[in-house]
Write a protein that binds this ligand. Structure first.
Ligand code: CUA
Length: 320
């Protein structure tokens, strides 16, 4: 039992292993609330046991009635008011640490837009557009601007900061300032339809130099396919309906329904972290995406000949 409970903690997506100051504040608040909750639970259990043990010994009914009023007033009104006031003060103390950054306080802005069911990531001032893998420079104050293209989603990387909702017609923002290079998992935390569980993301924090190199590369248009199979794949992509939904910068494909695929070969996962980005998985994804991710707006292409699907894989894999 403890093992099952414990397995939820300490993972790469746990508020109990914070890496930033705001996440540490939230962690402290969480433990404080948990401790208070445990103490109250203990007291209630103790009173229950006491009531059971003493149930036959109560002979003085007037005294018992006075006692029960005291318990109702004390335990039902006075104690909750005190406990909730103290916790409220604690929450007020944590709020400034997790509130939206002031204009001009950050040195990089990243726009993250929720879609059913993936994350579109843009770096204003550059042409770079990616999906589901959010690269950030370490030790840099980054403003994440959260929007949605459809329904309400919620952006949450528990080790980095609180949740921020993506509301239709609104821009919300949150600051991420991650001191440690590493990869941190995040997840949509507002139910947004059948693909909600398969709407995860990664925040990949790099040394600032490596991040610059990555960003410069992502801002470039797509590589020209090398090799006959990749070239055939490109033709297939442009003639099939792929290009109606996906953008590949530097080609005629400019669809905005699915993720930008300009540098899909450089990503580690497909379908918002549902599967690792391997040739085999990419082939199966093109063939039958509904098998991996029911409800996905990506149609299956099982009707295309195997050679055409292989060519598509060769083309897409080459887009580093
Ligand atoms: Cu997006 Cu849940």
């Amino acid at each position: 039992m403890l093992l099952v409970l414990g397995s939820g903690c300490g993972s790469n997506q746990s508020i109990t292993s914070p890496v930033t100051d705001p996440a540490r504040e939230i962690d402290t608040l969480w433990w404080a609330m948990f401790a208070v909750g445990m103490v109250i639970f203990g007291i209630v259990l103790g009173l229950l046991v006491l009531a059971y043990v003493r149930r036959r010994r109560a002979t003085d009914h007037d005294r018992a009635e006075r006692m029960s009023y005291a318990v109702i007033l004390g335990g039902g009104m006075v104690a909750p008011v005190i406990v909730l006031a103290v916790l409220f003060a604690f929450v007020i103390r944590v709020m400034p640490a997790v509130s939206a950054p002031k204009p001009g306080a950050t040195s990089l802005t990243v726009e993250v837009t929720g879609h059913q069911w993936y994350w579109e990531v843009r770096y204003p001032g550059t042409d770079a557009v990616t999906a589901n893998e959010i690269h950030l420079p370490a030790r840099t104050r980054v403003r994440i601007v959260a929007r949605t293209a459809d329904v309400i989603h919620s952006f949450w990387a528990p080790r980095l900061n609180r949740k921020i909702d993506m509301i239709p017609g609104r821009s919300n923002s949150i600051e991420l300032d991650v001191p440690k290079v590493g990869t941190y998992r995040g997840q949509c935390s507002e139910f947004c339809g059948v693909g909600h569980a398969e709407m995860a993301f990664r925040v990949i924090v790099q040394p600032p130099d490596a991040f610059r190199t990555w960003l410069d590369h992502q801002a470039q248009p797509a590589e020209t396919p090398s090799g006959g199979q990749a070239l055939a794949g490109q033709q297939q992509f442009m003639s099939a309906s792929c290009q109606d939904c996906h953008t590949i910068r530097g080609t005629p494909a400019d669809g905005r329904v699915g993720p930008d695929l300009t540098h899909i070969g450089s990503r580690r996962t497909l379908a918002a972290l549902t599967i690792p980005n391997t040739s085999r998985n990419l082939f199966q994804w093109i063939t039958n995406p509904q098998w991996w991710k029911p409800g996905s707006r990506m149609p299956g292409f099982a009707s295309l000949p195997v050679s055409a699907r292989r060519a598509l894989v060769a083309y897409l894999e080459g887009l580093h």
